[in-house]
Design a protein around this ligand. Structure first.
Ligand SMILES: N[C@@H](CCC(=O)N[C@@H](CS)C(=O)NCC(=O)O)C(=O)O
Length: 216
């Protein structure tokens, strides 16, 4: 069955790979599933046809036969459960890998998103300069805990899993702020993720879209 995902017609990051379709592309590349991409504009995302797929008018979405999914974490979990390669066979190890997926989107990503809000949406507020260091320190606190848990390991829990895929994708969102540079072991962890051929293919595919739209 054909898999179709949605992505930005023109990503605000101009192809730096920070938009959330990249994690879905990456998962599909890891498990060797071909997929089609339907590009949507910001305007189209808020129109009924797209809202029928995604109640919040965002990307990515995932369509496969009669199945429609939204939320990048849920989509990656669906892919990982349907195809071998992203979740361990052992039931306990599988549960732990899924816990890391939740940790990525539920514990690490929220303070990172707060930073985006503080800079882009609230940067002109009179209290912005005072708030920014607090937001950054909250991220640092979480990253320190992650450093402790990762230790000298290559991946978070044994072999590379969907938990690492989601965690690396979330950490990459720190690129513009350079906060990740303060944590060499996490920088190296993210680099191991982005060195994977599946990530490289996913990144190249989204970059090609953005390069094409920017050159128009
Ligand atoms: N929690 C959602 C967040 C989806 C999301 O924020 N998508 C962004 C692109 S990365 C988007 O569509 N932004 C446009 C908008 O919200 O209008 C997920 O992980 O899929």
């Amino acid at each position: 069955m054909t898999i179709t995902i949605t992505a930005f017609e023109q990503s605000p990051d101009r192809g730096q790979g920070l938009s959330r379709d990249v994690r879905v592309r990456w998962a599909l590349e890891e498990v060797g599933q071909p997929y089609d991409v339907r590009l949507v504009s910001f305007k189209a995302m808020k129109e009924p046809a797209h809202l029928a797929l995604h109640p919040f008018g965002q990307i990515p979405t995932y369509e496969e036969g009669g199945l429609v999914l939204f939320e990048s974490g849920a989509i990656v979990l669906h892919i990982a459960e349907r195809h071998p390669g992203l979740l361990p066979e052992d039931a306990d190890a599988r549960a732990r890998a899924i816990a890391w997926m939740f940790a990525a989107v539920n514990t690490i990503e929220p303070p990172i998103l707060e930073l985006v809000t503080a800079k882009l949406l609230e940067g002109d507020k009179p209290w912005a300069a005072e708030r920014l260091p607090l937001v950054k320190d909250r991220i640092r606190g979480r990253l320190e805990q992650l450093v402790t848990r990762l230790g000298d390991a290559e991946w978070l829990d044994g072999a590379f899993s969907a938990g690492d895929l989601m965690m690396v994708a979330v950490l990459l969102r720190l690129k513009p702020s350079r906060l990740l540079d303060e944590f060499p072991s996490l920088t190296a962890y993210a680099a191991r993720g982005t060195a994977r051929p599946a990530y490289q293919r996913a990144f190249a595919a989204q970059l090609a879209v953005n390069a094409a739209t920017l050159s128009r």
